[in-house]
Write a protein that binds this ligand. Structure first.
Ligand SMILES: Cc1ncc(C[n+]2csc(CCOP(=O)(O)OP(=O)(O)O)c2C)c(N)n1
Length: 674
């Protein structure tokens, strides 16, 4: 017992939750709310799998869990496995009753019936009777599940089924101490986690603890060495049938590599940089469509009602959106719904993320696209998954699983009519907090770089890849060959936008993200036009972690390379997609940090035109050019006239936006002039 106590939830030992170190586990308790969505993710495309999931009645009060009950409308009984939820109605949380335990039994039954389940109640407190009751109920549930599956599989037609679930009503702290010092423990919230405290200082409490533990008759369960007696040991199944050895719960063991088409095939022809516009995400939709075509049973695309909005709708040519609820005639016209669809859309970022995590944790692949401002809904799910992956990296028997690929689109800079509510690039600040071994952030500025990045992400393992790229029309910079080289390096000079070849530049301009890159280029052009003798270097950053020192992140650039690119003493104007301080956070140790001036989103949001929003946050071409004039001693006085002109242009652009509702044609139609 002493050895066990010093291992369980003890420094250097094993966690009190089902951690990654627990064989057979794909789900860490810790942050409650994801058990049901994880279970469904595991069951998708696993027709022979039954996932039994225990749900705390406290956990059931969380938003993510509450919405996940609807997952039963997204389970195809022909091609997916089954999920058997066991709602553990023990009545209490840490300090409170649970809501579901304090509503009338009919109300509870109606609630779950309304969610589409067939609830079976197992209720009591006599262990012997309860075991029998539970066994009989499990048999009944398994028979119901089999009947649903056999019926569906015989016809080959997926229809919505009323799957069984179990409501298990037992006392909290069941078989624990009845009461301590006159206070009720078993069957009350006091039983949570540690039912008897103060055992070190208080001999009476220690005696109570001993009496309680002896009530389980350990002498009849363990041998003299503390091992299970052979009769009990023999009850465990053998080999892969053991819960701990189920290969599905060590998903990398059953993972098959994705069959990938050649991403170059989807390339956009770009003859000269910054001359044509295209929607960055649309060709990616075609790539995903063909990934889906080649991987019909182990790849899914997830999105909260937004795949069409995010211009990824080419995927529907191969697979529709899974829909098993009612159909209406009008769905025929553009609904893109199907009973055997493989695209998962529900307006719950939580449920989608949970499904997706469950799907990859059990050895499959996927892709999730979501609006930038609302990806914050799953901040903490990202956190927990990143922790899981980081710990798994340290566990030799955990085989690599597919990376989680998150496309963050519909971004802050192009919320033309939606405005402030849809503007928030802060997810990146959350992402960088997590373990560098598992975190990746890419900001491809155009179609070809996005394709290249997406190909890399889909092939990778054990990472969370966050890709930021907007869906609207944007200028195109790189042909496919250039994009491959640029994305492979992750950061680099754009020669065609620089005029400092072979010399030290007067100033370094940097673009990171689509709109910030465009504005930094336009500022570069303005400066070159007004000050032809100015030497400028233009850098674009795709792989954000290149900004960190090599010792901090596996993608970090060496100080030598960083100094060479960013110089050691010239002003750097860094135009960034997100909140500006993030770049300082990454680059604070670099030699030239004191000359690094970052422009980014400063929470100045509203309904505005793209340029007006850029102006409000000072990432626009005029503000950047003025910044350079202010920072270069040779231009500080000599540049006064130009600065005045730029200020006039900025005022005029804002006036135009307010009177016409769009940016002036010379802004909308701006092209790189050299
Ligand atoms: C999202 C979240 N909020 C709060 C907590 C803190 N917490 C840990 S256990 C618990 C009560 C859980 O009750 P229940 O789900 O009924 O589980 P039980 O221990 O009764 O089986 C709470 C609030 C948590 N782990 N996760």
């Amino acid at each position: 017992m002493r050895r066990f106590f010093k291992q369980f939830s003890f420094p250097g030992g094993i966690g009190s939750h089902c951690t990654p170190e627990t064989p057979g586990s794909i789900h860490e308790g810790g942050e409650l709310g994801y058990s049901v969505s994880h279970a469904f993710g595991a069951a998708l495309d696993n027709p022979d799998l039954l996932v039994a999931v225990a749900v705390g009645d406290g956990e059931a009060e969380t938003g993510p869990l509450a919405t996940a009950w609807h997952s039963n409308k997204f389970l195809n009984p022909v091609t997916d496995g089954a999920v058997l939820p066991i709602l553990h109605l023990n009545g209490y949380k840490i300090n409170n009753p649970t809501v579901l335990a304090r509503i009338a039994p009919e109300e509870l039954r109606a609630l779950f019936w309304g969610y589409g389940w067939r609830p079976h109640v197992v209720e009591g407190d006599d262990p012997r009777q309860m075991h029998l009751l539970m066994a009989a109920t499990l048999d009944r549930c398994l028979a119901e599940i089999r009947a649903i599956q056999e019926h569906a599989r015989a016809s080959g037609v997926a229809a919505r089924a009323r799957w069984p679930m179990i409501v298990l009503r037992t006392p909290k702290g069941w078989t624990g101490p009845d009461e301590i010092d006159g206070h009720k423990v078993e069957g009350y919230w006091r039983a949570h986690q540690v039912p008897i405290t103060g055992v070190r200082e208080n001999p009476h409490r220690l005696a109570q603890l001993e009496a309680w533990l002896r009530s389980y008759r350990p002498e009849s369960l363990f041998d003299a060495n503390g091992g299970l007696i052979p009769e009990l040991k023999a009850l465990a199944p053998q080999g892969d049938r053991r819960m701990s050895a189920n290969p599905i719960a060590n998903g990398g063991l059953v993972r098959k590599a994705l069959r990938m088409p050649d991403f170059r095939h989807y390339a956009l022809a770009v003859d000269k940089p910054a001359q044509i516009e295209a929607e960055n995400t649309r060709p990616l939709g075609r790539l995903l469509r063909d990934v889906m075509r080649r991987n019909g049973d182990n790849f899914r695309v997830f999105g909260p009602d937004e795949n069409t909005s995010n211009k990824l709708d080419a995927i529907y040519e191969v697979s529709k959106k899974l829909w098993l609820a009612d159909y209406l005639p009008e769905d025929e016209d553009g609904g893109e719904l199907a009973r055997d669809g493989r695209v998962m859309e529900m307006l719950s970022e939580h449920t989608l993320e949970g499904w997706y995590e469950g799907y990859t944790l059990t050895g499959r692949h996927g892709f999730f696209s979501t609006y930038e401002a609302f990806v914050h809904v799953i901040d903490s799910m990202y956190n927990q998954h990143a922790k899981w992956l980081a710990i798994c990296n340290e566990i030799p028997w955990r085989a690599p699983i597919s990376s989680l690929n998150l496309l963050i689109t519909s971004t802050v800079w192009r919320q033309d009519h939606n405005g402030f509510t849809h503007q928030d690039p802060g997810f990146l600040d959350v992402v960088v907090n997590k373990n560098p071994e598992v975190t990746r952030i890419y900001l491809p500025p155009d179609v070809n770089s996005l394709l290249c990045v997406a190909d890399h992400c889909l092939r990778s393992s054990d990472n969370i890849n966050v890709v930021v790229c907007d869906k609207q029309l944007h200028l195109q910079y790189l042909n496919m060959d250039e994009a491959v080289k640029h994305c492979t390096k992750g950061i680099g000079t754009w020669d065609w936008a620089s005029n400092d070849q072979g010399t030290e530049p007067d100033v370094v301009m940097v673009g990171c993200g689509d709109i910030p890159t465009q504005e930094a280029l336009a500022a570069t052009a303005l400066l070159r036009q007004h000050f032809p003798s100015l030497t400028m270097r233009f850098i674009n950053v795709v792989d954000l972690f290149r900004m960190q020192p090599a010792g901090e992140h596996p993608h970090g650039l060496s100080d030598r390379d960083f100094d060479s690119l960013f110089t050691i003493d010239r002003p750097i104007i860094f135009n960034f997609h997100g909140y500006p301080w993030l770049i300082h956070r990454l680059a604070y140790r670099r030699t030239n940090h004191r000359n690094l001036h970052v422009r980014g989103y400063k929470e100045k949001g509203n309904i505005n035109t793209p340029l007006e929003l850029a102006i409000d946050n000072e990432i626009d071409r005029f503000s950047l050019a003025i910044d350079v004039i202010d920072r270069l001693p040779q231009l500080h006085v000599a540049g006064a006239h130009v600065k005045d002109t730029l200020l006039d242009m900025r005022i005029e652009c804002r006036r135009y936006a307010h009177s016409h509702g769009v940016d002036a044609p010379e802004i909308r139609n701006w092209r790189w002039p050299y």
